[in-house]
Ligand binder design. Structure first.
Ligand SMILES: Cc1cc2nc3c(=O)[nH]c(=O)nc-3n(C[C@H](O)[C@H](O)[C@H](O)COP(=O)(O)O)c2cc1C
Length: 188
């Protein structure tokens, strides 16, 4: 049997009823049989201290845990809201830690997929394109198509926080599947 693709997912926001945190939590439903998922809780992302390059060589335990889980994965999924047309500092902060110290970038060589959302009509597209730019530096090979930018996310989730919109479900299933296929292709 073929080795399962290991996916590590993080993102969301610290807001109590965060839409992106709900999407992140619900990802498990979209993982195919030939992949496994490890999800980093947004609240744990919030426990990572503010990045300080002085601590590059003596990273805190919380950061080591984050980096180890990134390293253990073949593929990364980042679920992001859009703050001020960009990636929120919660996620960027984790990326700074994960990419350091110089020469020990945990993301390098892996594949990635982005799921962005917004309460507005553009679905976090501007944050998504900033994140794609960041991924270039990180050495992450991002899935190009499909692009998953979920607009008016407040209308797409049920009371239980699960995605109820069938089209949105299909988009997420498709990008996860594209991520797994890309990862398998690159590791063949
Ligand atoms: C600081 C801040 C900046 C925001 N900037 C944007 C933005 O640039 N574009 C956008 O579509 N929505 C923006 N929003 C609205 C977010 O789409 C909305 O708050 C969303 O619920 C955030 O994701 P969450 O539910 O996972 O916390 C912003 C919200 C905050 C709090």
């Amino acid at each position: 049997m073929e080795k399962k693709v290991k996916i590590f997912a993080f993102g969301g926001s610290l807001r109590k009823d965060s839409y992106t945190a709900h999407i992140l939590k619900g990802l498990a439903e979209f993982i195919p049989n030939d992949a496994v998922l490890d999800t980093f809780e947004p609240s744990d992302l919030g426990k990572l201290p503010h990045f300080n390059q002085d601590d590059d060589m003596s990273q805190p335990e919380s950061v080591k845990n984050f980096k180890e889980r990134v390293k253990a994965a073949d593929a990364i999924i980042i679920v992001t809201p859009e703050y001020n047309y960009s990636v929120p500092s919660l996620i960027k902060n984790a990326i700074e830690w994960g990419s350091r110290p110089y020469g020990d970038n945990s993301f390098d060589g892996k594949t990635a997929a982005i799921v962005s959302s917004s309460i507005g009509m553009l679905g976090g597209s501007r944050a998504q394109y900033h994140l794609r730019q960041i991924m270039t530096f990180l050495g992450l090979q991002a899935v190009q198509k499909p692009e998953v930018m979920i607009p008016f996310i407040q209308d797409k989730l049920g009371q239980d926080g699960k995605i109820k919109d069938e089209e949105t479900k299909k988009h997420i299933r498709d990008i996860v599947s594209a991520l797994v296929i890309l990862t398998q292709k690159l590791s063949a």
